[in-house]
Design a binder for this molecule. Structure first.
Ligand code: ADP
Length: 396
């Protein structure tokens, strides 16, 4: 079966066509500037890359273009649309409605719409992506895979905020967590590498990218995760503040003469390592600047690594120990120096880095010494493959 994976944003749409016989990517691409002047598609098949500029008024036109490109004789990947057995859609917020992936029908669409309140920027774009696909390929089964679903296994003691309980009952204000598809994927891969069932391993998965979150997994379920009602909570990120004293909001709104929308934007887009350093939200830029002696770049990296370490310690305590710690996503996968900076001083926990392995490992690998009680893994995440696997499982 060939599965088309769609990740629709408000003005962009990423896609991958995956052959589920061998889980290989046949073709993938990105449509940008949907509904904005200068729309274009960048499509890749094997080593070949093409780019087409074409006005795209909306997501239906974007999906039509994706399907045209996929069927193109020269650089396409299928001879007809019938070869696409199913479509898997990434949906950001499933609220409390979904603890797993589901086949999309009208009631699922209603539930995704009902959760727009919780993800006003993301869910409408995901809905547009699904509706566009339904319009263009009405007979192809579609599956929704939620960023929040894996975290629905979290106990109430982790997800309830210490606010009046009515706000949970009335408005569903609680911790949800995000990057669930990524955390689940790397957790399952770690279990395979350890040759043990996931339910028998205490695991901490660190998804460290532009957005970052850390998850504690015990008995195969999420015990806790760092993101909350929105992706703003937890460790500092590229541009997001992470955890704060909530009283800072009122203080800064007064000092900086900001309204609610402005302070929300400030915390989401101007803070994190960008805010501290004043240079960039990209970790590579900060590493370069810090090597050249920029103190605020160095401080931003210190704050990031310290806060990640603090959560790892907290989660080890919460689970009563930890068997393995996994690093994934842009920073977690690619930067041995930051991994080392985060994990140095964790020997008390039984985590002993092997420098050669940490620096030279490729793809999915162990970064700890054979004598390390806790195994450190670096595992590339693959949310698209996870979405395709769930889609195949539901569309057999
Ligand atoms: P997103 O959250 O956008 O999916 P990614 O997981 O792709 O992010 O991570 C992107 C981030 O990874 C970039 O902001 C960059 O800072 C960081 N990154 C990528 N490669 C490296 C590297 N070699 N060293 C440090 N940071 C890196």
């Amino acid at each position: 079966m060939k599965v088309l994976v769609i990740n629709a944003g408000s003005s962009s749409l990423k896609y991958q066509l995956i052959d589920m016989e061998n889980e290989s990517v046949i073709a993938k691409g990105l449509v940008e500037r949907i509904g904005i002047e200068g729309s274009n598609i960048a499509h890749k098949k094997g080593g070949d890359k093409i780019e087409i500029k074409k006005p795209l008024a909306n997501h239906v036109e974007a999906i039509q273009l994706v399907l045209e490109v996929l069927q193109n004789k020269e650089y396409g990947a299928v001879s007809s649309m019938d070869e696409i057995g199913a479509v898997g859609h990434r949906v950001v917020h499933g609220g409390e409605s979904f603890s797993g992936s589901v086949l999309i029908d009208d009631s699922v669409m209603d539930a995704i719409r009902a959760n727009i309140d919780l993800a006003p920027l993301h869910n409408p774009a995901n809905i547009m992506g699904i509706e566009a696909c339904k319009a263009v390929m009405p007979n192809t089964p579609m599956v929704a895979v939620f960023d929040t679903a894996f975290h629905q296994t979290m106990p109430a003691s982790s997800f309830i905020y210490a606010l009046p309980y009515e706000v949970y009952e009335q408005y569903k204000v609680r911790r949800y967590g995000f990057h669930g598809t990524s955390h689940k994927f790397v957790a399952e891969q770690a279990a395979i590498m350890m040759n043990k069932p996931l339910k028998d391993i205490k695991l901490i998965t660190c998804h460290l990218g532009n957005g970052s979150s850390i998850t504690a997994i015990k008995d195969g379920k999420v015990l806790d995760t760092t993101m909350g009602l929105t992706p703003l909570e937890g460790v500092p990120m590229g541009t997001r503040s992470g955890d704060l004293d909530p009283a800072i909001l009122e203080f800064l709104m007064a000092k900086l003469d900001m309204n609610v929308a402005q302070i929300t934007n400030y915390l989401n887009k101007k803070s994190g390592i960008l805010g501290i350093s004043g240079i960039s939200s990209d970790f590579r830029d900060l590493i370069a600047a810090s090597k050249e002696g920029n103190e605020r770049a160095a401080l931003a990296l210190d704050v990031f690594c310290y806060r990640v370490r603090k959560y790892i310690g907290a989660y080890a305590a919460a689970m009563g120990g930890v068997d393995a710690i996994v690093f994934t996503a842009g920073v977690g996968e690619n930067n041995s120096g930051l991994r080392k900076k985060i994990m140095t001083g964790m020997e008390y926990l039984g985590f002993i880095i092997d420098d050669a392995k940490n620096e030279n490992g490729k793809d999915a690998f162990v970064m700890t010494a054979d004598s390390s009680k806790v195994t450190g893994f670096v595992i590339p995440t693959n949310e698209e493959l996870m979405i395709a696997r769930d889609t195949k499982a539901l569309c057999k």
